[in-house]
Design a protein around this ligand. Structure first.
Ligand SMILES: [Zn+2]
Length: 367
């Protein structure tokens, strides 16, 4: 069995690696000035904690401000998540090997002794995945009963704010967007590319909840949490896959709402949008776009910087460059980048209307 050097591995993890892990484990992370802010997943299952798990980039340590006492590193978090989400007991060595393997940090080939690691590749939401074909890199997520989403759609009478923002009733109906009174959440069913419902997420309309839990989180109804590993699916690919194949382009937004706006402005017949549901695109998600026939992938992330050259700006540019480096040999990657700041801070390129979006789209850049 290969022994990995813990410190070496920890030091070679990038901030985006940490972000991806938190996203995969259901923490709904977001970048901040100090590093990453996430919902707690260290002492509770995803979707149940408040936004009190902080990751500090300078120390490489997590601090949970509710239930956990001491600061901990990524390996200790891995151990905690394995126990909570997969009922697995890992020791420190297991966790280090899991991370090393996952990010391909040391050696790309799997040694015979490491075959057991394959089981851990899908550590998170393990019970949400019904089939895995590792060689083909295919993951089939567990399907939920659609009835709940359709019932919520039927009481979607409080969607006025979204209609006001430009989303059409046709898009709301087409995607079965609904409303959950008990928690004041707009409900958004997530389907896989074949139209199976694999998750149900809520956008809270309550300001305090948004601050405490984050704007988007999985919906819980009658004790059932409708969560899914976000990095293994692309929102709206079920609607846009045929157009992506015909047109050869795909546009990747961060949030579901941007796809609804896209359909409202340009029609279902021109829809080439998907949402990665976070601020990073996983390699699984990229593979799904390649499989769908995309020759160009347009990254259309939010304007997550206040002014050119600030800390967030530098981080965003670094992130986009890394994305480009990773995929440039496989596909043309272009970026919508609002360098003239015609949209607001944290806005999606499509948030402020069709004209601004088209301008940004035309001026998209290739690195
Ligand atoms: Zn905790």
């Amino acid at each position: 069995m290969k022994d990995y050097n813990k410190t070496e591995i920890r030091d070679s993890l990038t901030l985006d690696n940490i972000f991806d892990l938190l996203q995969e484990w259901g923490g709904d992370p977001e970048y901040t000035s100090f590093g990453i802010l996430s919902s707690t997943i260290c002492h509770n299952p995803p979707g149940e904690g408040s936004r009190k798990l902080y990751y500090y980039e300078n120390s490489g340590l997590f601090k949970c401000y509710t239930d956990c006492d001491c600061a901990f590193d990524i390996f200790e978090l891995t151990i905690k998540v394995a126990l909570i989400q997969s009922n697995r007991n890992m020791d420190l060595n297991d966790a280090v090997r899991y991370i090393a393997y996952k990010f391909n940090i040391i050696g790309s080939t799997i040694e015979e002794d490491d075959v057991g690691l394959l089981d851990w590749q899908y550590l998170n939401n393990y019970d949400k995945i019904s089939e895995i074909d590792i060689k083909k890199q295919e993951v089939k997520l567990k399907e939920y009963d659609k009835t709940i989403a359709n019932n919520l759609w039927a009481c979607g009478c409080k969607l006025g704010p979204w209609l006001k923002e430009g989303i059409s009733q046709a898009a709301i109906d087409h995607n079965h967007i609904g409303y959950l009174f008990s928690t004041d959440q707009i409900s958004i069913p997530h389907y896989d590319k074949d139209g199976r419902m694999v998750g149900l997420r809520g956008r809270t309309m309550c300001k305090e909840d948004a601050e405490r839990f984050g704007k988007y989180r999985p919906i819980k109804v009658n004790g059932q949490l409708y969560n899914h590993p976000l990095g293994y699916n692309l929102y709206n690919l079920n609607n846009s896959k045929d157009n992506i194949r015909t047109i050869g382009k795909a546009i990747v937004f961060e949030a579901e709402k941007s796809c609804l706006l896209y359909q409202s402005y340009f029609g279902f017949e021109n829809d080439i949008s998907v949402a990665c549901c976070g601020s990073s695109l996983s390699s699984f998600q990229m593979q799904m776009l390649l499989d769908a026939g995309a020759k160009e992938v347009v990254i259309a992330f939010d304007r997550q910087f206040q002014e050119k050259g600030d800390q967030e700006f530098t981080r965003l540019v670094k992130k986009l460059k890394a994305l480009d480096q990773k995929y440039r040999n496989e596909v043309l990657v272009s970026f919508i980048f609002d360098k003239n700041m015609i949209t607001g801070y944290k806005a999606s390129p499509i948030d402020e209307g069709k004209e601004k979006f088209l301008k940004l789209f035309k001026e998209r850049i290739v690195l």
